[in-house]
Design a protein around this ligand. Structure first.
Ligand SMILES: Cc1cc2nc3c(=O)[nH]c(=O)nc-3n(C[C@H](O)[C@H](O)[C@H](O)COP(=O)(O)O)c2cc1C
Length: 367
């Protein structure tokens, strides 16, 4: 394959060296996950969506979500913090706060389809139906902060109002530096398949970089999404479940046509252990053990005995117990040279493409 994938310069010193982006995902892309993905070669990581109203109250949960890993700034993989809201002044204040706390980029959410956000608060994807308010929010946020502001949205509210190209142009005029398009409408939620061809219409409408998002679960899919959209990079969400190294594999394939192998089971286990402990440090042991369950399950998918392992871990409540379960599961597999079933890739593609995975895991279906 081998498509050129030049770096994206968002501002003087804010460069996305490798435009393969980890999608913002509520309940998933907390600081431990973003830090890991970045260490393993992701070009840009985006926080979970933070409600601007909660951010300006500086509530504990929002502050935690807005934390960024400062030690890795300046290495061509900036940290972005995503905000949602419908009041320009509140969004501007929230943006200042997250920049004060280290965000190198602020991302604005016009994609969230969740009723509570889109209908209850007229935020997220609802703003695609109110271009005037959308412009006011974009303008106020851009004016409020010295860092680049980006925008993530869907194709439109529904197939009768596919206004992403027009809104992208408005965003560009407001000073937005990059737009990401999830190739679905709000009404589709996570059903159907992402329309990578439509993203080309956004690309044609603007001069700022465009990132293609939706249903990228294989390196070939990433190449196809890029080819069909003509976008400047790709964003991967559910395809990173249990494999924070996937963006690096995508980048190697797009850049050099090289297929980096998955890590060995021993390395996978080590990454999982590091991820698990980072979750416990960030959230505390009590909450962390629970938060980690879905990640532990995702890593182990496709391995012999993974269903029993998952059930066991879901019943455990302490760090030593989970560490013991991980060792009992992985060590015999590593020693016997077991391999992951070949179906893992297909299984991920099929389930994640439809968004079924998040639903089954009881995760919030934001944006
Ligand atoms: C569990 C979950 C949480 C999400 N949370 C957010 C969010 O906070 N902000 C956002 O812009 N998009 C959010 N999304 C949407 C993703 O960023 C992405 O646009 C969508 O999943 C399609 O990409 P994918 O097929 O690669 O997963 C979320 C998606 C999932 C599955």
């Amino acid at each position: 394959m081998g498509t050129a994938l030049p770096p994206i310069r968002l501002a003087g010193d804010v460069v996305i060296e490798t435009p393969v982006v980890l999608a913002p995902m509520s309940g998933v892309t907390d600081l431990p996950f973003r830090r890991l993905a970045r260490e393993l070669g992701t070009g840009l990581v985006v926080s979970e969506m933070i409600a601007s109203t909660a951010m300006i109250r500086e509530n504990r949960q929002s502050l935690k979500m807005a934390e960024v890993a400062k030690e890795m700034e300046g290495f061509g993989a900036p940290s972005s913090v995503q905000l949602a809201g419908c009041d320009p002044a509140v969004m501007a204040d929230a943006a200042r706060l997250v920049v004060d706390r280290g965000a190198a980029v602020v991302d604005i959410n016009f994609g969230c389809p969740v009723k509570k956000v889109a209908v209850g608060q007229s935020a997220g994807s609802a703003l695609m139906r109110d271009e005037q308010r959308a412009a006011a929010i974009l303008e106020a946020t851009v004016r409020a902060v010295p860092v680049p502001v980006t925008l993530k949205m869907r194709m439109g509210w529904d197939h009768q109002s596919l206004n992403a190209p027009r809104l992208a142009r408005i965003a560009q005029e407001c000073g937005i530096r990059l737009v990401t398009i999830h190739g679905r409408t709000r009404q589709q939620l996570y059903t159907g398949t992402a329309d990578w061809d439509f993203i080309a219409r956004v690309k044609d409408a603007v001069a700022i970089p465009v990132i293609a998002n939706g249903d990228i679960v294989t390196v070939e899919g990433a190449a196809e999404a890029l080819r069909r959209s003509g976008a400047d990079g790709v964003m991967v969400g559910r395809g990173c479940y249990g494999r924070p190294w996937f963006p690096a594999q995508v980048a190697a394939f797009l850049r050099e046509g090289v297929r980096l192998p998955d890590p060995s089971l021993a390395v996978e286990r080590d990454i999982l252990l590091r991820h698990f402990d980072a979750i416990l440090v960030h959230h505390g042991e009590h909450v962390g053990v629970r938060m980690a369950r879905k990640h532990v399950a995702w890593y182990s998918r496709g391995l012999p005995g993974s269903a029993e392992f998952r059930a066991r871990v879901n019943a455990l409540e302490t760090r030593p117990a989970v560490l013991d379960a991980i060792a009992r599961f992985y060590v015999p597999l590593i020693e016997s040279g077991a391999e992951r079933g070949a179906e893992r890739g297909a299984e991920r593609g099929a389930e994640r493409g439809a968004g079924g995975q998040a639903a089954r895991d009881g995760l919030p279906m934001a944006a």
